[in-house]
Ligand binder design. Sequence first.
Ligand SMILES: [Zn+2]
Length: 184
Amino acid sequence: MGKKKGNHLPDSSRQAPLENLRTFGDPVLKQVTGPVTVFDSRLEKLARVMFAVMEREEGVGLAAPQVGTLTRLMVWRDPENEDERHVYVNPHIVAQSETCCTESEGCLSVPGTMMEVTRAEEVDVEAQDLTGAVFQVHLAGLLARIVQHEIDHLDGRLIVDRTSPEERRRVLKELRERTLAGSS
Ligand SMILES: [Zn+2]
């Protein structure tokens, strides 16, 4: 995990503004992010842009690769609590329950489709805030699911990589048909 150096954008993506949401098929979504080592105003700005994109797209979480940057940073919110906003820098799962649950899950980068994904019911996550301070949280249910989903993005993994082979085939076919329809 996280073996890439620096927080550079991939060459092909340098021109695209951060506000553009990257979607399925964009190679940046399959890459592993590099750890954040500098906690500066650039990092804050990235988090701000990510919150704005998350709100605009009406999502509950967003990871840096979804705006084309390979930085180990994610933002999320509790859909039940409008006032809560969270930024996790360099997050990783330190413990997870053996109990799993399977739920229908969507992703802003795989628009218009939902798929069944099995995830741990509870997780302990360690992360840093925008100042670099380390903290640990225990999350359960939907909140644990949101954070596992975003950490997957930071490791270059999408929900299509987490679902059953049958679901995967169905979704890829759907996406292909939509792309073909869109380009004709
Ligand atoms: Zn996603």
